[in-house]
Design a protein around this ligand. Structure first.
Ligand SMILES: [Zn+2]
Length: 141
């Protein structure tokens, strides 16, 4: 089993198991406070997970979710320099659709072919895969 040896946000080596969440294998960074799953799933596990999950079943998004997306986007305005936004693991693309309404040029990544198809049908430029840098070479920023 592969595990993260450092914080996936700030690269600090000072991470420890989050007490009370050992069953979920959560780690917390002592430097920045970020909480993340310490175990890195294998490619086979990812395929199994996405095989079981269907993106097509729920085609609507709640107004509460849209509201929280817009609050997030409000907070991102100060970082808006290139006007491009990528959502890694964007699901059905709802967040990117909201961002696009505000004029962002949006990109998404997903592991699921079904999610990629749904996003591309909504006009979102997509790539398949994980967080390797090569995964983003196809984007035309
Ligand atoms: Zn950190």
């Amino acid at each position: 089993m592969m595990k993260h040896s450092k914080c996936i946000l700030c690269n600090s080596m000072e991470i420890s198991e989050l007490k009370g969440y050992e069953r979920h294998q959560l780690s917390q960074c002592k430097s920045c406070g970020f909480v993340f799953m310490s175990r890195i799933p294998s490619i086979d596990e990812l395929h199994d997970h996405y095989k079981l999950y269907s993106y097509a079943t729920d085609r609507t998004v709640s107004p509460l979710t849209i509201d929280s997306y817009n609050k997030l986007l409000d907070g991102m305005e100060k970082y808006r320099k290139l006007n491009t936004l990528i959502d890694v693991g964007c699901g059905k693309g709802w967040f990117l659709i909201e961002a696009r309404k505000r004029g962002w040029k949006v990109y998404g990544t997903e592991f699921s072919d079904e999610a990629i198809r749904i996003c591309m049908a909504a006009g979102i430029e997509m790539t398949k895969g994980d967080l390797r840098a090569e995964a983003f070479e196809g984007f035309t920023v």
